[in-house]
Design a protein around this ligand. Structure first.
Ligand code: ITT
Length: 201
């Protein structure tokens, strides 16, 4: 069975994607393992555009089945920031602190936020499948918990099954069950199944 190449340099995403898509029973390799070198300029203005840019860049070089995730944290009080700039918001190691500082003194009811994940999969013949997922919550007043990656310790999830915990406090199973990436990838998995059935039939 043909493997899936995941166009990412983010180890946290890779771990989650392998777990969430384990029922596909397909090997998921990174773009580096697939021989892709170099950087990808993510110059889109939406998560969806950036996911497509990443998937197509790796597909053009490898010709395989390529999956990409573009994601980020959208904070109401900051008019949607950091959004598509989530990976580039402040210096590495200072991103969570920067968000906490900007929301200092802001009351709980105004700290609403959500994570978005846009998935794009390009097939060897150029066909494209897309999916999106969202997870709602609010920004904590300080970091809580060590699990996950990125902004997880400052995102208090308000969705059933995880409500009240930051993603840093949630187990991987609890996060995957409600997260933006869990949702986008489960939608993708269903679309993939239908796509493959159509092709075979
Ligand atoms: P690739 O583009 O190589 O996949 P990246 O880290 O640059 O990796 P993005 O451009 O999609 O990925 O930026 C997403 C950023 O948003 C990511 O670096 C995190 O800081 C944050 N983020 C996305 N999903 C997250 C999650 O589930 N938990 C915490 N932070 C998340």
């Amino acid at each position: 069975m043909e493997k899936i190449i995941f166009a990412t340099g983010n180890a946290g995403k890779l771990k989650e994607i392998r777990e969430i898509l384990k029922d596909l029973n397909r090997e998921i390799v990174t773009m580096r393992e697939a021989g892709f070198e170099g950087e990808i300029e993510e110059n889109g203005t939406t998560f969806r555009e950036n996911a497509e840019i990443k998937a197509k860049a790796v597909w053009e070089k490898t010709g395989g089945i390529v999956l990409a995730d573009d994601s980020g944290l959208v904070i109401d009080y900051l008019n949607g920031e950091p959004g598509v700039y989530s990976a580039r918001y402040a210096e590495p190691g200072k991103r969570k602190a920067t968000v906490l500082e900007k929301l200092k003194g802001v009351p709980e009811e105004k700290r609403g936020a959500h994570f978005t994940s846009a998935i794009c999969c390009v097939f060897p013949n150029g066909d494209v499948l897309e999916a999106e997922g969202y997870c709602y919550g609010r920004i904590a007043e300080e970091c809580r918990g060590e699990s996950g990656f990125g902004y997880d310790p400052i995102f208090i999830c308000t969705e059933e099954g995880c409500a009240g915990k930051t993603f840093g406090e949630a187990t991987a199973e609890e996060k995957d069950a409600v997260s933006h990436r869990g949702k986008s990838l489960r939608i993708f998995a269903e679309k993939l199944e239908n796509y493959l059935k159509d092709k075979e039939g």
